[in-house]
Design a protein around this ligand. Structure first.
Ligand code: ADP
Ligand code: MG
Ligand code: ZN
Length: 482
């Protein structure tokens, strides 16, 4: 049954940048180090310490803005967002408010239910992250909290969407697209679990046909695509029930609890902060020249959509294959390298999407750690193409390449896997099998064509899989007809 309410979703994505150092000081951004070992007067918020903007952060922001069709502001301003929390030593976060670096972008998404659709991007701004609280969990430390400021002052981009999404599927499609783009650009490692890619989801519902938006709840603290979908769906149900019962959703921030799959209230609008934003007097306005933007544009890598189009039009592979192969930039590059060496796009995509991906998944490793290089894979594909081995034997060769690191020719030679194309030799085998199975020959000749498969199987077995399948088929047909 169609629901009475239309869903409205807007997302705020926090992307932690892969710069080596923090946004306003030279401290390292490396994850998982000893607490407070990566700090200095600036990121500790000591009085008198002055921030200096990391140029790489600006460059990453421009890249991301260009890749999401934003306009890049020639002049933008850093502002102080004032609030108190123990993980924020300065008592304010340096962010951007009125004049962010990027505005008015958009991304195209696709879902099964609503097809292709464009989602507006309101703005992208740069900001610093806060530190982390570690809550004591040993008998000695229970009840105490510790402050780790290693993460304080690490650079973030906040990407704010328009409230353009109308289902949890659209929200996930949009998020995955953003994720794919920032990882392609190399500005973020995309790790949701470690918190390098975080999302707050704003969700509201309204009766169909109503023009004004309903009151929204903001869902925080969700660290996987699956949980984001779950949290949004729970929230839609919850709001619909509230409207049915009492008629009023209140504006609030809610936390998702992965254990129960529920969201619960963290704070209401009444408790919401007034951040008293004002321009940071320690930082001059950021001026970006058209030449700088142009330089960054020239440097952009090929983005997923362009790569997908090229794979389809230049390499002639199906759209579906191209989509799978471009989902991950490294997989796309691997496939690209294969086709450049081999030429046969479909043969390459079959193997990269098939055996290569399967083995990687089995071993839980990424393609960067793949023991079979594009050169090795293509070395083997060439032996299939020139009939030295059959597609079936190729699987054995592939496994052996994976294990031993040897190339296909060496393995074929060593293990005697060369396909038998010598028709004389195949004929001898066929004759023996026909002689040994008179009953089945009778059946076949009596019109039971299914028995043909039995003979093919027997011949392949007798030749240990090495007989050329096309030759076997042809010769068998001839011989069985008598
Ligand atoms: P805040 O900074 O307080 O979270 P913003 O105006 O920046 O407020 O909006 C944050 C996000 O909420 C944006 O992504 C926007 O698209 C989304 N949003 C705004 N109004 C609604 C609504 N009624 N329903 C769903 N999402 C909304
Ligand atoms: Mg918000
Ligand atoms: Zn520092």
């Amino acid at each position: 049954m169609k629901s009475k309410y239309e869903v409205v979703i807007g997302l705020e994505v926090h992307v932690q940048l892969t710069t080596k150092t923090k946004i306003f000081c030279g401290c390292s951004t490396e994850f998982g180090q000893t607490p407070n070992s990566q700090t200095c007067p600036v990121c500790l918020g000591l009085p008198g310490a002055l921030p200096v903007l990391n140029k790489q952060v600006v460059e990453f922001a421009i890249k991301t803005g260009l890749a999401t069709h934003c306009s890049i502001a020639p002049r933008s301003i850093f502002a102080r967002k004032n609030y108190f929390y123990p993980d924020l030593p300065k008592g304010y976060q340096i962010s951007q408010f009125e004049l962010p670096i990027c505005e008015h972008g958009h991304l195209d998404i696709k879902t099964e239910e609503s097809g292709a659709k464009t989602i507006g991007i309101t703005r992208i701004h740069m900001e610093e992250d806060a530190g982390k609280l570690i809550h004591g969990d040993t008998p000695d430390t229970a009840g105490a909290s510790f402050v780790d400021l290693n993460r304080a002052c690490t650079p973030l981009l906040e990407i704010v969407s328009e409230p353009d999404m109308r289902s949890s599927d659209e929200a996930i499609a949009y998020l995955k697209k953003i994720h794919q783009i920032v990882v392609y650009l190399g500005v973020c490692d995309g790790n949701l679990e470690q918190g390098s890619f975080r999302c707050d989801a704003n969700v509201s519902i309204r009766p169909w046909g109503q023009e004004e938006f309903g009151t929204r709840a903001e869902l925080k603290n969700i660290n996987s695509f699956r949980f984001i979908k779950q949290a949004i769906e729970y929230e839609i149900e919850r709001q619909a029930e509230v409207l049915e019962d009492s008629g009023r959703v209140i504006q609030e921030t809610r936390l998702f609890d992965a254990g129960s799959g529920l969201t619960r209230s963290m704070r209401g609008k009444e408790e919401a902060h007034d951040y008293r934003y004002f321009p940071d007097p320690d930082l001059v306005p950021l001026v970006i020249s058209p030449e700088w933007i142009e330089r960054v544009r020239q440097d952009l890598p090929e983005l997923p959509e362009a790569k997908l189009e090229r794979f389809v039009s230049e390499y002639g592979i199906p759209h579906y294959d191209a989509e799978v192969l471009t989902a991950d930039r490294a997989v796309g590059d691997y496939f690209d390298a294969c086709v450049k060496l081999h030429g046969d796009g479909k043969a390459c995509s079959n193997w990269v999407m098939g055996e290569v991906q399967r083995q990687l998944k089995d071993e839980g490793i990424g393609i960067a750690a793949c023991p079979v290089s594009p050169e090795m894979l293509v070395g083997m594909l060439k032996r299939i193409a020139d009939n030295t081995i059959s597609g079936k034997i190729a699987k054995t060769v592939f496994d052996e390449m994976w294990k031993s690191g040897k190339n296909a020719d060496a393995i074929i030679e060593e293990k005697g896997l060369k396909q038998v194309t010598d028709t004389g030799a195949i004929e001898t085998v066929i004759d023996e099998i026909i002689a040994a199975n008179p009953g089945q020959v009778e059946e076949y000749r009596g019109g039971k064509e299914k028995v043909f498969g039995f003979f093919v199987g027997q011949v392949m077995k007798a030749s240990k899989g090495k007989a050329n399948p096309a030759a076997v088929n042809e010769l068998l047909k001839k011989k069985l007809q008598g």
